[in-house]
Design a protein around this ligand. Structure first.
Ligand SMILES: Nc1nc2c(ncn2[C@@H]2O[C@H](COP(=O)(O)OP(=O)(O)OP(=O)(O)O)[C@@H](O)[C@H]2O)c(=O)[nH]1
Ligand SMILES: [Mg+2]
Ligand SMILES: [Zn+2]
Length: 290
C-alpha cells in the first residue's frame, strides 16, 4: 500500500494510507542505511496488524527541503509577524531565494495584522512590487484566513519562518479543532519559544496538505554557481545582459546596470545588500566543494 508520511515520533512513523493513519516501523535495512524519512515522503507500507505497518520502500522525492525538513511540497508559506518577533528581512530573502532555487512556489504571509507596528506597515507592498504573492493575516481576528485557505486548498504546502510568528496559530485558525500547541513570544528579546518541535503534515478539509514546522532563524544556501545568484532575484532578472561586462557579478564592476538600478531606487537597497551577502556565501561554498 502506498501512503504519505505525516510525522515521526520516537521510533514510530505515522503514515496515512487509504483514509487511515498507520503506526509504522522501519524495515531494518533503512536503519542500517541511515535513510532519513521526512514528513511528506511517499512510502510503501505493509500492514502487520490492526493499524500497524512496516515501511518497505521510499518513493523518489519530487522536491526536498532541508529547512523546514519536508518532502514533496509544491509551495512554501513563509510567515513573518508585523510586530513580534520583528521581521528578519535577510531570513525572508533567504527563504524566497531558496524557494526559487528549488523551484517551489513561495507565498509571504504577514501575520499579526491586528497588532501591526507602523514601522512594518509598508513591507507587504514593498514585496508585492517585486512580484511576490503576499497575504496579510491575523490568526486572532480571522483577517486574511479565507485567502490563506484558498492558497492552501488542493496543494501540498509547508509553513516556514521564525519561531513565534504564528504558524501553528494560523493553522488552528484555518482548522478549528486541530489544537496545535502555541506559546507566547517571550517578553525578553521578543523571540519565539520553539513551541512546535517537529514537522508534521496535516490533511486539510478542503483537500490538500500542509506541514506545520518548527521555527528557525538560520538557513544555509544551496550550492549553486556564483553567476546564477542574480537570476533568483526577480527584480534583477530583467537586467540580465544589461551590464557592460557579460561576467558582471554586480559588486562594483564599471557599467553595472544593477548598481545603477539600486542608485536610481528601482531595486530596494536591503535586497541588493542581501544579494551581496548570498553571493559571498555561494562563493565561499564553491571553495569548500571544489
Ligand atoms: N496578536 C496576535 N497574536 C498572534 C497572532 N498569531 C499568533 N499570535 C500569537 O503569537 C504567539 C506565537 O504563536 P505560535 O502559533 O505558537 O507561533 P509559531 O510560529 O507556531 O512558533 P514555533 O512553533 O515556535 O515555531 C502566540 O502567543 C500566539 O497567540 C495574530 O495574528 N495576532
Ligand atoms: Mg508552532
Ligand atoms: Zn552588473
Amino acid at each position: 500500500m502506498e501512503g504519505t508520511l505525516l510525522r515521526r515520533y520516537g521510533g514510530f512513523y505515522y503514515v496515512e494510507s487509504g483514509g487511515q493513519v498507520w503506526t509504522c516501523r522501519l524495515r531494518g535495512r533503512f536503519r542500517l542505511q541511515e535513510t532519513v524519512f521526512l514528513p511528506g515522503d511517499r512510502v510503501e507500507i505493509k500492514p502487520v496488524g490492526p493499524g500497524e505497518g512496516v515501511i518497505e520502500e521510499l518513493k523518489p522525492r519530487r522536491t526536498c527541503l532541508k529547512r523546514p525538513a519536508v518532502a514533496n511540497v509544491e509551495q512554501v508559506i513563509i510567515v513573518f509577524a508585523l510586530r513580534e518577533p520583528p521581521p528578519d528581512l535577510e531570513l525572508l530573502d533567504r527563504l524566497l531565494f531558496l524557494s526559487a532555487v528549488e523551484d517551489i512556489e513561495a507565498v509571504i504571509v504577514w501575520n499579526k495584522a491586528d497588532i501591526i507596528k507602523q514601522d512594518y506597515a509598508g513591507l507587504p507592498e514593498l514585496y508585492r512590487q517585486i512580484g511576490y504573492h503576499n497575504l496579510i493575516t491575523s490568526a486572532h481576528t480571522g483577517q486574511g484566513i479565507d485567502e490563506l485557505k484558498a492558497v492552501l486548498a488542493g496543494r501540498v504546502s509547508t509553513f516556514a519562518g521564525p519561531s513565534g510568528v504564528g504558524k501553528s496559530s494560523l493553522l488552528n485558525a484555518i482548522q478549528p479543532g486541530l489544537n496545535l500547541r502555541t506559546a507566547e513570544v517571550s517578553s525578553k528579546g521578543g523571540r519565539g519559544r520553539h513551541t512546535t518541535r517537529q514537522a508534521e503534515l496535516i490533511r486539510l478539509p478542503e483537500g490538500g496538505w500542509v506541514a506545520d514546522t518548527p521555527g528557525f532563524s538560520r538557513l544555509d544556501l544551496p550550492a549553486i554557481a556564483r553567476e546564477e545568484v542574480a537570476a533568483y532575484f526577480p527584480e534583477m532578472e530583467p537586467l540580465r545582459g544589461s551590464c557592460r561586462y557579460a561576467s558582471c557579478l554586480h559588486r562594483g564592476e564599471p557599467g553595472c546596470a544593477v548598481v545603477a538600478a539600486v542608485e536610481a531606487g528601482l531595486i530596494i537597497k536591503h535586497r541588493y545588500e542581501h544579494y551581496l551577502t548570498f553571493l559571498a556565501e555561494v562563493i565561499a561554498g564553491e571553495r569548500s566543494f571544489p
